[in-house]
Write a protein that binds this ligand. Structure first.
Ligand SMILES: [Zn+2]
Length: 243
C-alpha cells in the first residue's frame, strides 16, 4: 500500500520474502501533473508488475513514467530498471560518477566475483543476467530537475562511489536512497556492512544535515517525519569523527 507523503511524493513500498524474512524497499514516486511522474529507484529484478500495481493507487501506470532516477548501482535499486524503461520509454538519470556502473561501462558491485560468491547458487544467474541500461542524463552535484517545484541533486558518496540523494525544495523532502536508514520513524546512518566507505558516507550525512528538512524517505526503513531535521543533525553528530 502506497502512502502519499505530501503533494509531491508518494512512497511505494515493495515487499519480498526471502528466507522467511520480509524485506521492504521504499521507492519514491515524484508527482508532477505538467512534467509527468518520476520514479526514484526500481526494486529487484522482476518487480515491474508490483510497481505497476502500486502506481495504479495513484491513478498511474508504469507506461506513464517520464523519468527514472537511480540513487546508486545496487541490485535492489536497479533491478527492474531495464524492464521499466522498456515498458515506459522513461529517461534514466544518475549521478555522473555512478552512471558507468549502471550503463555497463564498469562492473556494478553486485556483479563483482567476491559478491557473487557470497549469494546462494540459485540467485547467481539472476544477478549475472541483469542487463545494463543506458543512462540518458548524467547528473552533477547541485543539478536541479524541473519537476515538483524543483528537485536538487545532492552528491552523497560513501555507500557507493557515486551515490546521490534528491532534495525536493518545495516540500523540504530528502529522498535518501541508502545514505541513511530508518526504523519505525527513527533515523539512523547508513548500514555499516553495506557501505563501501563509512568516513565518506559520514561526511555526506553532514552535508545532508545542512538542508532545511521536513521529511526523509529512506529506501530501507521508510519515512521519517517526526523532527526530521533534528534527527538528521543528531545522526550527523553521531557519525562525526572525534577531533
Ligand atoms: Zn545500496
Amino acid at each position: 500500500v502506497t502512502t502519499q507523503l505530501n503533494d509531491d511524493v508518494r512512497v511505494v513500498p515493495l515487499s519480498t520474502v526471502r528466507d522467511g524474512q520480509t524485506m521492504t524497499y521504499n521507492l519514491s514516486l515524484v508527482l508532477d501533473p505538467t512534467h509527468g511522474p518520476t520514479l526514484v529507484d526500481t526494486g529487484l529484478p522482476g518487480q515491474l508488475e508490483l510497481i505497476d500495481a502500486a502506481m495504479a493507487e495513484a491513478g498511474l501506470r508504469v507506461a506513464d513514467l517520464r523519468r527514472i532516477v537511480l540513487t546508486h548501482q545496487d541490485i535492489d535499486h536497479v533491478g527492474s530498471l531495464h524492464d521499466l524503461v522498456a515498458a515506459s520509454g522513461a529517461r534514466v538519470l544518475a549521478h555522473e560518477v555512478e552512471a558507468p556502473f549502471i550503463d555497463g561501462t564498469e562492473l556494478p558491485r553486485f556483479k563483482r566475483p567476491q559478491m557473487l560468491d557470497r549469494v546462494p547458487a540459485a540467485i547467481r544467474p539472476v544477478l549475472e543476467g541483469v542487463p545494463p541500461t543506458p543512462v540518458d542524463e548524467r547528473l552533477a552535484d547541485g543539478a536541479r530537475l524541473d519537476v515538483a517545484g524543483g528537485v536538487r541533486v545532492v552528491f552523497t558518496p560513501g555507500h557507493t562511489v557515486g551515490h546521490a540523494c534528491l532534495y525536493l525544495e518545495r516540500t523540504r523532502t530528502i529522498i535518501a536512497g541508502d545514505a541513511l536508514t530508518a526504523a519505525d520513524g527513527r533515523l539512523s546512518g547508513p548500514s555499516p556492512t553495506a557501505t563501501e566507505d563509512m568516513a565518506t558516507a559520514s561526511r555526506s550525512v553532514a552535508r545532508l544535515a545542512e538542508l532545511d528538512v521536513d521529511a526523509i524517505v529512506c529506501y530501507h526503513g521508510g519515512v521519517v517525519r517526526d523532527d526530521a531535521g533534528g534527527q538528521l543533525r543528531r545522526v550527523a553528530e553521531e557519525l562525526r569523527p572525534p577531533d
